[in-house]
Design a protein around this ligand. Structure first.
Ligand code: ADP
Ligand code: ADP
Length: 222
Protein backbone atom coordinates (compact mmCIF):
# COMPACT_ATOMS: atom_id res chain seq x y z
CA UNK A 1 0.00 0.00 0.00
CA UNK A 2 1.15 3.50 -0.77
CA UNK A 3 -0.03 6.98 0.13
CA UNK A 4 1.51 9.77 -1.94
CA UNK A 5 1.46 13.51 -1.56
CA UNK A 6 2.10 15.25 -4.87
CA UNK A 7 3.05 18.91 -4.50
CA UNK A 8 0.35 19.56 -1.90
CA UNK A 9 -0.09 23.17 -0.78
CA UNK A 10 -2.57 24.88 1.49
CA UNK A 11 -2.94 28.64 1.74
CA UNK A 12 -4.97 30.71 4.14
CA UNK A 13 -5.34 34.42 3.47
CA UNK A 14 -1.85 35.48 4.51
CA UNK A 15 -0.37 32.14 5.48
CA UNK A 16 1.12 29.32 3.49
CA UNK A 17 0.28 26.51 5.92
CA UNK A 18 1.71 23.82 3.64
CA UNK A 19 4.09 24.54 0.80
CA UNK A 20 4.53 22.11 -2.10
CA UNK A 21 4.71 19.00 0.06
CA UNK A 22 5.58 15.73 -1.69
CA UNK A 23 6.23 12.36 -0.06
CA UNK A 24 5.50 8.64 -0.49
CA UNK A 25 4.44 6.62 2.55
CA UNK A 26 4.27 2.83 2.84
CA UNK A 27 3.70 0.51 5.85
CA UNK A 28 5.35 1.63 9.08
CA UNK A 29 5.44 4.56 11.48
CA UNK A 30 6.14 8.06 10.16
CA UNK A 31 6.93 10.53 12.92
CA UNK A 32 5.54 13.95 12.11
CA UNK A 33 7.61 16.60 13.86
CA UNK A 34 7.88 20.37 13.73
CA UNK A 35 7.34 23.47 15.84
CA UNK A 36 3.90 25.00 16.44
CA UNK A 37 2.50 26.39 13.23
CA UNK A 38 4.69 24.15 11.04
CA UNK A 39 1.70 22.68 9.19
CA UNK A 40 1.29 19.31 10.95
CA UNK A 41 -2.44 19.74 11.67
CA UNK A 42 -2.96 21.03 8.15
CA UNK A 43 -1.30 17.92 6.70
CA UNK A 44 -3.40 15.57 8.86
CA UNK A 45 -6.60 17.50 8.08
CA UNK A 46 -5.95 17.21 4.35
CA UNK A 47 -5.51 13.43 4.58
CA UNK A 48 -8.73 13.05 6.56
CA UNK A 49 -10.67 15.31 4.20
CA UNK A 50 -11.40 17.88 6.92
CA UNK A 51 -9.90 20.51 4.65
CA UNK A 52 -9.11 20.60 0.94
CA UNK A 53 -5.65 21.34 -0.37
CA UNK A 54 -5.31 24.58 -2.34
CA UNK A 55 -3.28 22.69 -4.94
CA UNK A 56 -1.65 19.33 -5.49
CA UNK A 57 -3.14 15.92 -4.78
CA UNK A 58 -3.08 12.96 -2.43
CA UNK A 59 -3.10 9.45 -3.90
CA UNK A 60 -4.03 6.16 -2.27
CA UNK A 61 -2.45 3.37 -4.35
CA UNK A 62 -2.42 5.77 -7.27
CA UNK A 63 -6.03 6.96 -6.92
CA UNK A 64 -6.90 10.50 -5.92
CA UNK A 65 -8.46 10.39 -2.43
CA UNK A 66 -10.98 13.05 -3.44
CA UNK A 67 -12.26 10.67 -6.12
CA UNK A 68 -12.27 7.76 -3.65
CA UNK A 69 -14.34 9.87 -1.25
CA UNK A 70 -16.10 7.72 1.34
CA UNK A 71 -14.13 4.66 0.25
CA UNK A 72 -10.95 6.31 1.45
CA UNK A 73 -12.54 7.21 4.79
CA UNK A 74 -13.11 3.49 5.32
CA UNK A 75 -9.38 2.96 4.81
CA UNK A 76 -8.44 5.67 7.31
CA UNK A 77 -8.41 5.68 11.11
CA UNK A 78 -8.00 8.92 13.04
CA UNK A 79 -7.05 9.37 16.66
CA UNK A 80 -7.65 13.03 17.53
CA UNK A 81 -6.08 14.96 20.36
CA UNK A 82 -7.89 14.51 23.64
CA UNK A 83 -10.82 16.86 23.98
CA UNK A 84 -14.56 16.70 24.54
CA UNK A 85 -14.72 12.98 25.21
CA UNK A 86 -18.28 11.94 25.94
CA UNK A 87 -17.98 12.00 29.73
CA UNK A 88 -21.26 10.24 30.45
CA UNK A 89 -20.73 7.41 27.98
CA UNK A 90 -19.18 4.23 29.24
CA UNK A 91 -16.22 2.97 27.21
CA UNK A 92 -18.41 0.37 25.55
CA UNK A 93 -21.19 2.87 24.76
CA UNK A 94 -18.61 5.22 23.24
CA UNK A 95 -17.30 2.48 20.94
CA UNK A 96 -20.86 1.52 19.91
CA UNK A 97 -21.57 5.14 19.11
CA UNK A 98 -18.40 5.53 17.05
CA UNK A 99 -19.06 2.23 15.27
CA UNK A 100 -22.52 3.49 14.28
CA UNK A 101 -21.01 6.72 12.95
CA UNK A 102 -18.57 4.68 10.89
CA UNK A 103 -21.39 2.59 9.46
CA UNK A 104 -20.50 -0.79 10.97
CA UNK A 105 -23.36 -3.28 11.23
CA UNK A 106 -24.39 -4.40 14.74
CA UNK A 107 -22.76 -7.76 14.15
CA UNK A 108 -19.47 -6.24 12.93
CA UNK A 109 -19.49 -3.74 15.80
CA UNK A 110 -20.19 -6.32 18.49
CA UNK A 111 -17.25 -8.55 17.53
CA UNK A 112 -14.92 -5.64 16.89
CA UNK A 113 -15.67 -3.83 20.15
CA UNK A 114 -14.87 -6.88 22.27
CA UNK A 115 -11.67 -7.40 20.32
CA UNK A 116 -10.55 -3.77 20.67
CA UNK A 117 -11.38 -3.54 24.38
CA UNK A 118 -9.15 -6.55 24.87
CA UNK A 119 -6.41 -5.22 22.60
CA UNK A 120 -6.27 -1.93 24.52
CA UNK A 121 -6.57 -3.69 27.91
CA UNK A 122 -9.83 -1.96 28.73
CA UNK A 123 -12.16 -4.98 29.11
CA UNK A 124 -12.51 -4.54 32.84
CA UNK A 125 -13.15 -0.81 32.42
CA UNK A 126 -15.70 -1.22 29.63
CA UNK A 127 -18.64 -0.32 31.89
CA UNK A 128 -16.94 2.74 33.44
CA UNK A 129 -17.81 6.25 32.32
CA UNK A 130 -15.18 8.07 30.26
CA UNK A 131 -15.39 10.95 32.73
CA UNK A 132 -13.66 8.71 35.29
CA UNK A 133 -10.86 7.60 32.93
CA UNK A 134 -7.18 8.44 33.50
CA UNK A 135 -5.16 10.10 30.74
CA UNK A 136 -3.72 6.78 29.64
CA UNK A 137 -7.13 5.11 29.52
CA UNK A 138 -8.48 7.99 27.43
CA UNK A 139 -5.67 7.64 24.94
CA UNK A 140 -6.32 3.90 24.73
CA UNK A 141 -10.07 4.29 24.12
CA UNK A 142 -9.28 6.89 21.42
CA UNK A 143 -6.90 4.44 19.77
CA UNK A 144 -9.55 1.71 20.05
CA UNK A 145 -12.14 3.85 18.23
CA UNK A 146 -9.61 4.70 15.51
CA UNK A 147 -9.25 0.96 14.78
CA UNK A 148 -12.98 0.13 14.55
CA UNK A 149 -12.95 0.06 10.75
CA UNK A 150 -9.69 -1.95 10.45
CA UNK A 151 -7.92 1.00 8.85
CA UNK A 152 -4.96 0.48 6.56
CA UNK A 153 -3.78 3.98 7.31
CA UNK A 154 -3.85 5.53 10.78
CA UNK A 155 -3.32 9.11 11.93
CA UNK A 156 -2.33 9.57 15.57
CA UNK A 157 -2.32 13.19 16.72
CA UNK A 158 -0.09 13.39 19.80
CA UNK A 159 -1.15 10.02 21.19
CA UNK A 160 1.22 10.30 24.17
CA UNK A 161 0.21 13.80 25.32
CA UNK A 162 -0.54 13.94 29.03
CA UNK A 163 0.78 10.46 29.78
CA UNK A 164 3.25 9.41 32.45
CA UNK A 165 6.49 7.69 31.36
CA UNK A 166 5.15 4.17 31.91
CA UNK A 167 2.03 4.88 29.90
CA UNK A 168 4.15 6.40 27.13
CA UNK A 169 6.18 3.23 26.81
CA UNK A 170 3.07 1.11 26.74
CA UNK A 171 1.36 3.20 24.02
CA UNK A 172 4.58 3.23 22.01
CA UNK A 173 4.89 -0.55 22.10
CA UNK A 174 1.28 -0.89 21.15
CA UNK A 175 1.67 1.43 18.15
CA UNK A 176 4.78 -0.41 17.08
CA UNK A 177 2.83 -3.70 17.05
CA UNK A 178 -0.10 -2.43 15.03
CA UNK A 179 2.13 -0.59 12.53
CA UNK A 180 3.40 -3.77 10.87
CA UNK A 181 0.55 -3.81 8.37
CA UNK A 182 -0.47 -0.15 8.37
CA UNK A 183 0.76 3.26 7.34
CA UNK A 184 0.90 5.17 10.63
CA UNK A 185 1.40 8.92 10.96
CA UNK A 186 2.44 9.81 14.49
CA UNK A 187 2.47 13.53 15.28
CA UNK A 188 4.33 14.40 18.45
CA UNK A 189 6.40 17.00 20.20
CA UNK A 190 8.35 14.38 22.10
CA UNK A 191 11.30 13.02 20.14
CA UNK A 192 11.90 10.16 22.57
CA UNK A 193 8.40 8.86 21.69
CA UNK A 194 9.45 7.82 18.25
CA UNK A 195 12.89 6.39 18.96
CA UNK A 196 12.96 2.75 17.91
CA UNK A 197 9.52 2.79 16.30
CA UNK A 198 9.72 5.39 13.52
CA UNK A 199 10.54 4.12 10.07
CA UNK A 200 11.05 7.71 8.97
CA UNK A 201 10.96 11.15 10.47
CA UNK A 202 9.09 13.85 8.56
CA UNK A 203 10.12 17.27 9.82
CA UNK A 204 8.08 20.30 8.79
CA UNK A 205 8.93 23.94 9.33
CA UNK A 206 6.81 26.87 8.13
CA UNK A 207 4.87 24.54 5.87
CA UNK A 208 7.94 23.11 4.20
CA UNK A 209 9.40 19.64 4.29
CA UNK A 210 12.80 20.06 5.94
CA UNK A 211 13.71 16.42 6.40
CA UNK A 212 12.36 12.97 5.55
CA UNK A 213 14.65 10.10 6.37
CA UNK A 214 15.15 7.13 8.69
CA UNK A 215 16.33 7.94 12.24
CA UNK A 216 19.53 5.97 11.56
CA UNK A 217 20.39 7.95 8.43
CA UNK A 218 19.67 11.17 10.26
CA UNK A 219 22.00 10.21 13.12
CA UNK A 220 24.75 9.12 10.74
CA UNK A 221 24.61 12.37 8.78
CA UNK A 222 25.09 14.48 11.92
P1 ADP B 1 0.85 22.82 13.48
O1 ADP B 1 -0.21 21.76 13.57
O2 ADP B 1 2.18 22.30 13.04
O3 ADP B 1 0.95 23.62 14.74
P2 ADP B 1 -1.00 24.11 11.67
O4 ADP B 1 -1.19 23.21 10.52
O5 ADP B 1 -2.07 24.15 12.73
O6 ADP B 1 0.42 23.84 12.32
O7 ADP B 1 -0.84 25.60 11.14
C1 ADP B 1 0.02 25.96 10.06
C2 ADP B 1 -0.13 27.44 9.80
O8 ADP B 1 -1.42 27.69 9.23
C3 ADP B 1 -0.04 28.29 11.05
O9 ADP B 1 0.59 29.49 10.71
C4 ADP B 1 -1.51 28.51 11.42
O10 ADP B 1 -1.68 29.70 12.15
C5 ADP B 1 -2.15 28.58 10.05
N1 ADP B 1 -3.56 28.13 10.07
C6 ADP B 1 -4.00 26.89 10.38
N2 ADP B 1 -5.33 26.81 10.27
C7 ADP B 1 -5.74 28.02 9.88
C8 ADP B 1 -7.02 28.59 9.59
N3 ADP B 1 -8.14 27.87 9.68
N4 ADP B 1 -7.08 29.89 9.21
C9 ADP B 1 -5.96 30.62 9.10
N5 ADP B 1 -4.71 30.15 9.35
C10 ADP B 1 -4.61 28.88 9.74
P1 ADP C 1 -2.11 21.87 17.21
O1 ADP C 1 -2.25 21.92 18.70
O2 ADP C 1 -2.37 20.55 16.60
O3 ADP C 1 -0.87 22.52 16.69
P2 ADP C 1 -3.48 24.27 16.63
O4 ADP C 1 -3.69 24.72 18.04
O5 ADP C 1 -2.39 24.85 15.81
O6 ADP C 1 -3.35 22.69 16.66
O7 ADP C 1 -4.81 24.42 15.82
C1 ADP C 1 -6.05 23.94 16.30
C2 ADP C 1 -7.12 24.26 15.25
O8 ADP C 1 -7.19 25.65 15.03
C3 ADP C 1 -6.79 23.61 13.91
O9 ADP C 1 -7.95 22.99 13.41
C4 ADP C 1 -6.36 24.74 13.01
O10 ADP C 1 -6.82 24.56 11.67
C5 ADP C 1 -7.03 25.96 13.64
N1 ADP C 1 -6.13 27.12 13.52
C6 ADP C 1 -4.81 27.16 13.77
N2 ADP C 1 -4.29 28.38 13.51
C7 ADP C 1 -5.33 29.13 13.13
C8 ADP C 1 -5.46 30.50 12.71
N3 ADP C 1 -4.42 31.32 12.64
N4 ADP C 1 -6.68 30.94 12.38
C9 ADP C 1 -7.74 30.13 12.44
N5 ADP C 1 -7.69 28.83 12.80
C10 ADP C 1 -6.50 28.34 13.13
Amino acid sequence: MMFSFESVSKNYKNTIALNNFSADLSEGVYALLGPNGAGKSTLMNIISGNINASSGKCLWNGQNIEDLGKKFLNILGYMPQQQNLYHNFTARQFLWYMAALKGLTRRQASDKIDFLLELTHLQKDAHKKLGTFSGGMRQRILIAQSLLNDPQMLILDEPTAGLDPMERVSIRNFISEISLSKIVIFATHVVSDIENIAKEIIFLKQGQLVLKDSPLNILQSM
